[in-house]
Design a protein around this ligand. Structure first.
Ligand SMILES: [Zn+2]
Length: 164
């Protein structure tokens, strides 16, 4: 490794792949090694190729913005492969509901609507690691569809407080 490159720098965020070689990725070196240990056919995929290039750039410039770009690309690439849970910033993901709820109920007092969705169907459709509120439970509410900001829909999921 050239002295011009500093691979000991920490990534902007620790990345925890759910499978693959090694555990957490903390430094540029961890990430570079992770990419380096892949099978060549996988490594040659554009998202990994780009990640490797950004890691190299970050190690060279040591700029925070370059490190952030490399970190984000690693996360993106891992997500493409389904290997990492994206940082969820406190958001509820469907994985949290597994084993807890079979059915997700939606109630909207304002629209007078009650609906329910099977959790396994939602997961099939959106994926285990999708954020719950990327899916719009209130999508079927007339007020939601009207998009009138003066009269917004009040849909909520009454069961969620028991789960999280
Ligand atoms: Zn509503």
């Amino acid at each position: 490794m050239s002295r011009a490159h500093d691979f000991k720098l920490a990534l902007t965020r620790v990345i925890e792949p759910t499978r693959g070689p090694g555990a957490e990725l903390v430094t540029l070196e961890d990430a570079a090694r992770f990419v380096g240990l892949m099978k060549p056919w996988r490594q040659a995929r554009p998202h990994w190729d780009f990640a490797a290039e950004l890691l190299l750039t970050a190690a060279e410039t040591r700029e925070e913005s370059d490190i952030e770009m490399a970190t984000a690309q690693m996360e993106r690439a891992l997500r493409v492969e389904g290997v990492v849970v994206m940082p969820r910033e406190g958001a509820i993901i469907f994985r949290d509901l597994v084993g807890e709820l079979d059915v997700l109920r939606i109630e909207c007092d304002k629209c007078g609507r009650k609906g329910q969705y099977r959790v396994d169907h939602l997961i099939e459709q959106y994926g285990l690691d999708a954020k719950l509120f990327d899916w719009e439970p209130e999508a079927d509410c007339p007020r939601k569809q009207a998009k009138n900001l003066n009269d917004i829909c009040g849909a909520r999921c009454p069961d969620l407080s028991k789960v999280v």
